[in-house]
Design a protein around this ligand. Structure first.
Ligand SMILES: C[S@@+](CC[C@H](N)C(=O)[O-])C[C@H]1O[C@@H](n2cnc3c(N)ncnc32)[C@H](O)[C@@H]1O
Length: 450
């Protein structure tokens, strides 16, 4: 039997992630670029790799339950072949058991030896037989149960149980394992939503209107976006609707100076320029030069002329900008725990102890950025996380020390479906399980004029 290209590629990616600590998106790109693969195989390899990473905690638990050799004692190739096989058995509905088992056996012959292929076959056939009745931990140990069943680290589960309670946490964990809608923002400097949807359809890409915003479109069958002519022509940019809301809430106008202190890769900076009809200035800063290049290439593709990029550490204060900006965006570096649906390895790579340093940086960046706001001007502080200590707690600590700033309500700027809740108080927290967006926090702060 010939080795299946997609599965072999997925296996190499999994090996790279587990043995070389590679980031999944970087490894996926590396292996997909390396091979001359058909589009269908690329899509399948990607799904297999991300899917297996997403379910890794559950899968490893199952390996330990069904294998006579402990997970850690298995050779790395065999361990990853089993992971890939179990993912197919438990989390895909269109792959027959025989295909999942036989292709794994073939991989084991190539990456192991005859005995390992028999071993792989035995474990996978056993798992397949028990797939309706997995020996999960008992529910009375809630942390362990949720951790295994929804494949999230116990530390995260435990913290979310404290914050949100059992029902909400379970629905959040479930949502984190779903495939999100692929949302893009229409570049209204070049086209409009109807024309973009038609252009996408003409290229074989089904699209529907976004859930919240007039400039949002959801792609139904996204693949190789960069190859689409509509993308190359700069008619849209990839962005979650929650992220779009950040710039909408900041509400810049033509001719203004907007400063985005953490701007790369430029999703929100280009949106600010778009909302300003490309008139005025968006000063887009970041600490990484290579990431600023992404802002520049995105702006060029979208036909934006008013973005000026600048390498600047937002942890430092720039006295030259003091009191000059109409609008300031602090889209702070954060734990990213709101985007687990899109980047499943975030749940494994972030530990909550490391949160302290990030919170310190966030507070410093917010304090410095606030110096740039004109009296009567606005600042938006946003993150793609759901941890209150990185969100509202930071904002409240800032406001308690800076009496010349106050929260500014923004329900008038929100779509109907999001108006209820805390927007009138000057902040919102979105969750994947509630809003079907990334987990995202937005707060709007005004500099009080004398
Ligand atoms: C959440 S991302 C920004 C996403 C961006 N606003 C967008 O919409 O495309 C945070 C950014 O902060 C940058 N960053 C991290 N530390 C920084 C610092 N000390 N000064 C400036 N930028 C920083 C990171 O390089 C990253 O690009």
């Amino acid at each position: 039997m010939a080795i299946d290209t997609a599965r072999e590629t997925a296996l190499k990616i999994l090996y790279d992630i587990s043995e070389n600590s590679a980031y999944s998106n970087i490894s996926v790109n590396k292996y997909l670029e390396a091979g001359e693969m058909r589009e269908i195989d690329r899509a399948f390899a990607t799904e297999l790799a991300y899917g297996t990473v997403k379910w890794l905690i559950e899968i490893d638990y199952i390996i330990d339950k069904f294998s006579s050799v402990r997970l850690k004692k298995l050779s790395p190739w065999i361990r990853n072949i089993l992971r890939l096989g179990i993912y197919q058995l438990l989390h895909t509905d269109r792959i027959p058991v025989s295909a999942a088992c036989n292709t794994s056996v073939e991989l084991a012959k190539r990456y192991g030896h005859q005995a390992s292929s028999r071993f792989v076959n035995g474990v996978l056939r056993n798992v397949a037989r028990s797939s309706d009745n997995m020996p999960y931990p008992e529910k009375k140990d809630m942390i362990r149960y949720l951790s295994i069943v929804y494949s999230h680290p116990e530390e995260l589960v435990s913290r979310w149980l404290q914050l949100f309670g059992a029902g909400f946490t379970e629905s959040l964990l479930k949502s984190n394992n779903e495939v999100p809608g692929f949302s893009v923002r229409v570049n209204t400097l070049k086209t409009n939503r109807r024309a973009l949807m038609e252009a996408l359809k003409a290229e074989g890409c089904e699209a529907r209107e976004g859930n919240y915003l007039e400039d949002a479109v959801i792609l139904e069958n996204p693949s190789s976006i960069a190859r689409l002519e509509a993308f190359r022509n700069g008619y849209f940019t990839v962005q979650d609707e929650s992220s779009m809301l950040s710039s909408v809430v900041l509400g810049p106008a033509e001719g203004q100076l907007a400063v985005d202190v953490c701007s790369a890769p430029g999703g929100k900076a280009t949106h600010l320029a778009q909302l300003m009809n490309d008139k005025g200035t968006v000063l887009a800063r970041d600490i990484h030069p290579h990431k600023l290049k992404l802002v520049e290439s995105n702006a060029a593709r979208l036909g934006i002329h008013t973005i000026e990029t600048e390498l600047f550490d937002a942890a430092k204060c720039d006295e030259n900008l003091a009191g000059r900006a109409d609008r300031v965006l602090v889209d702070a570096p954060c734990t990213g725990l709101g985007i687990i649906r899109k980047k499943p390895d975030i749940k494994y790579s972030r530990n909550l102890a490391g949160q302290k340093e990030i919170i310190e940086l966030q507070r410093q960046v917010l304090k410095n950025a606030s110096n740039y706001v004109k009296p009567g001007g606005y600042l938006v502080y946003s993150t793609c996380t759901i941890q209150p200590e990185e969100n509202l707690d930071n904002v409240m600590a800032f406001l308690s020390e800076n009496k010349d700033f106050k929260l500014a309500g923004f329900e008038d700027l929100l779509p109907e479906k999001l108006k209820a809740g805390t927007a009138k108080e000057g902040y919102i927290q979105l969750y994947p399980n509630v809003n079907q967006t990334d987990g995202f926090f937005i707060s709007k702060i005004m500099k009080i004029s004398d």
